[in-house]
Design a binder for this molecule. Structure first.
Ligand SMILES: [Zn+2]
Ligand SMILES: [Zn+2]
Length: 228
């Protein structure tokens, strides 16, 4: 299991739940899971978490956005741990209805896939509906500390958020993509202009590494290069 540690001893562990990287954070007494992964891997998620949590409870589940591959286990986690579910207010209604449509493609091919998916396979966007407990807007500090800050980074979706841990590491959901070697542009995004604005927002943080929900760690230099 990959692990990162900040200067103030916050730990971040990578849990691969299907196609999605979920991240488990322990900050002092607070436990947080970023994104919940795919339902077909729910058992893996449960066993990983019970091992990591020990006697602790899972306090928060932060959803970077509401695409199915990030939300499919949110209801299960809420039922199992009474975790508080946090989402951006722009996508709260999607979560309550258990459906978020696919975003537009960022190139010709993914645009065709997106249009076809929304038209013929709308089931892809469905997941177990769950009521969020915390709806955030621009900036939000979890438990009122500077340790875990949430910033609004729209573009991939209108309610995409990133989580800044101890001003060192950012968990960025699908705002940056770590799958391809040449580009960090996600293959799908509702608003490309907003997406680039969000990249600028991320580069203004002092973070040195950016952990995406798909693919490998993105270093600050790589984000800088892609911005140019
Ligand atoms: Zn997504
Ligand atoms: Zn995703």
């Amino acid at each position: 299991m990959f692990m990162w540690k900040t200067n103030t001893n916050t730990t971040i562990r990578l849990l691969r739940i299907g196609i999605t990287n979920c991240y488990f954070i322990v900050k002092k007494d607070i436990t947080v899971l970023i994104d919940s992964g795919q339902k077909c891997k729910a058992e893996k998620l449960k066993s990983n978490l019970s091992q990591l949590l020990g006697y602790k409870n899972l306090d928060y589940v932060i959803l970077t956005h509401t695409h199915y591959d990030h939300t499919e286990n949110a209801l299960m986690l809420k039922q199992l741990y009474s975790s508080k579910i946090l989402v951006h207010k722009n996508e709260a209604e999607f979560l309550e209805n258990g459906f978020t449509k696919l975003p537009k493609g960022t190139n010709i091919i993914t645009n065709i896939i997106s249009a076809a998916g929304n038209r013929f396979a709308s089931k892809i966007g469905k997941y177990d509906a769950v009521k969020p407990d915390i709806k955030v807007t621009e900036n939000y500090k979890l438990d009122n500390t500077d340790g875990i800050e949430i910033i609004h980074t729209p573009g991939h979706t209108s309610g995409s958020i990133s989580v800044i841990v101890d001003n060192e590491i950012a968990l960025v959901g699908d705002t940056l993509f770590g799958i391809f070697s040449k580009s960090i542009l996600p293959p799908f995004a509702d608003d490309k202009v907003k997406l680039y604005e969000s990249w600028n927002k991320l580069i203004k943080t002092p973070c040195r590494i950016f952990l995406p929900a798909h693919g490998k760690t993105i270093r600050r230099e790589v984000l800088e290069k892609n911005l140019n």
